[in-house]
Design a protein around this ligand. Structure first.
Ligand code: NCD
Length: 306
């Protein structure tokens, strides 16, 4: 049985197959409409979510399956002190597959070790968010036509932003990838990513503070929200939260074929006047998230569709 804890749990070939399946689902949704009839997805969310939880649920419903679950720690037995290991053993009796989000790094991994059904990490603290990465890879491959030969600007909270950490891990496996890491000094990528992931694999990257300095050379600009819930001190958050605001003036410095991505939710980091720019891809990205989660559920449940 396979779980998904990190994007690296899938080889480049497996990822490629999964993205191709997601593209087929996009083109022929009817073909997959009954593929998971009789199967149940449990969504165990110990931390707030709109897109991830609902896109998992939409994905399972689109496949003809059913969903059950909880959307906050307060409404589950975690509030009574139950461990994730016990919870997953019980959920294994009720459902065929589980998507779990947890504020503690590693909690879905602990759950997977006691689970008799596939567990998907739907975000664990500031660590990883592999299904957002699958969404991001599908968006990039569909809109840019490739996952290699790209200069990617990652902008905002690179310290706590788990979507950025997972995306870096996944993209360095493709040839000729270059990163421009755009953040204030205090929100730079953690040193384990800079040293053990980027430098160790000889991936070219540059760190800059001003978005304007990077804009003109990017194929993709990946904006992120400052992760308020992971700050220890409210004053630091208030100081950082509006550090970057992408607006029309800054978009004028970008290439005609650059795309702007954002895992959402957006706070202030992208002005709404950018939404009508044809290069704004963040709402399409949310739609791709449903197709890729459908493909992932089919893959982990080993459901074949002819
Ligand atoms: C992201 C997350 O939860 O890490 N959201 C999402 O899943 N689309 C990004 C964020 O919360 O900023």
């Amino acid at each position: 049985m396979q779980h998904l804890m990190s994007p690296l749990d899938l080889s480049v070939e497996e990822l490629d197959e999964l993205l191709t399946l997601a593209n087929d689902i996009e083109r022929h949704p009817q073909k997959y409409a009954h593929a998971c009839e009789g199967k149940k997805l449990a969504t165990c969310f110990y931390e707030p979510s709109t897109r991830t939880r609902l896109s998992f649920e939409a994905a399972m419903l689109n496949l003809g399956g059913s969903v059950l679950g909880f959307s906050s720690a307060d409404s589950s037995s975690a509030a009574k002190g139950e461990s994730v290991s016990d919870t997953i053993r019980v959920i294994s009796c009720y459902a065929d597959i589980c998507a779990m989000r947890h504020p503690k790094e590693g909690a879905p991994l602990v759950a997977s070790q006691k689970s008799s059904i596939p567990v998907i990490n739907a975000g664990d603290g500031g660590h990883q968010h592999p299904t957002q990465t699958l969404t991001d890879l599908l968006t990039i491959r569909s809109l840019k036509g490739r996952l290699d030969n790209l200069t990617i600007g990652l902008c905002g909270d690179l310290k706590f932003g788990r979507t950025v950490h997972s995306l870096i891990h996944a993209l360095i496996r493709y040839p000729n990838i270059r990163f421009v890491l755009i953040s204030p000094e205090e929100l730079r990528v953690p040193s384990y990513i800079r040293e053990d992931v980027l430098r160790k694999n000889q991936v070219p990257f540059q760190e800059v503070e001003r978005l304007e300095d990077a804009m003109g050379e990017l194929d993709i600009l990946y904006m992120t929200r400052v992760q308020q819930e992971r700050f220890f001190n409210e004053d630091d958050y208030v100081r950082m939260k509006d550090f970057y605001i992408l607006n029309r003036q800054k978009m004028a410095l970008a290439r005609e074929d650059m795309i702007v991505m954002h895992p959402l939710p957006r706070v202030n980091e992208i002005s709404v006047d950018v939404d009508d720019d044809p290069r704004a891809a963040y709402f399409k990205q949310a739609q791709y998230g449903v197709y890729v989660r459908m493909a992932l559920i089919l893959t982990l449940l080993e459901v074949g569709v002819c």
